[in-house]
Design a protein around this ligand. Structure first.
Ligand SMILES: [Zn+2]
Length: 145
């Protein structure tokens, strides 16, 4: 880093630190990330547009030759988005025997549906799946005891 840019960095309070932002859908290893953005405001706008709940701030600590010495990343949860995501989880029941399926908002509704189906069709077995936006279907094993 030349002396002028170094002075400019110091003046701007960015002493050897480079920061950028990503929008991401979770804090998991296999998350979807979108970016990079130079400001938090831009990343946040994109995250909200995509329905993502987190921002990831990357900090590159640079030495005087602008070589990256250390990378730090910090997750920030966007207020209000996580609750919205919970509402986007739906429950799906599907009979393993005959393939009939249904969608439910509440766990008890899925249970009632399964009770009726298994009562009306002897030896049919209903499976339950949770569907979260962006994550696909996930079977909930052993839900009928
Ligand atoms: Zn069935």
């Amino acid at each position: 880093m030349g002396i002028l840019s170094r002075l400019r960095s110091l003046a701007m309070g960015m002493d050897y630190k480079e920061t950028f932002w990503m929008a991401c859908d979770s804090t998991e290893q296999l998350r979807a990330e979108y970016g990079p953005f130079h400001t938090r405001v831009e990343a946040e706008a994109e995250a909200r547009r995509l329905g993502f709940s987190y921002l990831l701030r990357y900090e590159h600590m640079l030495d005087e030759n602008e070589e990256i010495q250390e990378v730090r990343c910090i997750f920030l949860e966007l207020p209000g988005t996580v609750t919205a995501e919970v509402a986007l989880i739906s429950l799906h029941t599907r009979c393993a025997t005959c393939g009939v399926s249904a969608t439910h908002d509440k766990a008890w509704q899925a249970e009632v549906w399964a009770d009726i189906h298994e009562f009306e069709n002897s030896r049919h077995r209903v499976r339950l799946f949770e569907h979260a936006r962006g994550k696909g279907l996930k079977e909930i094993a052993g839900w009928r005891g």
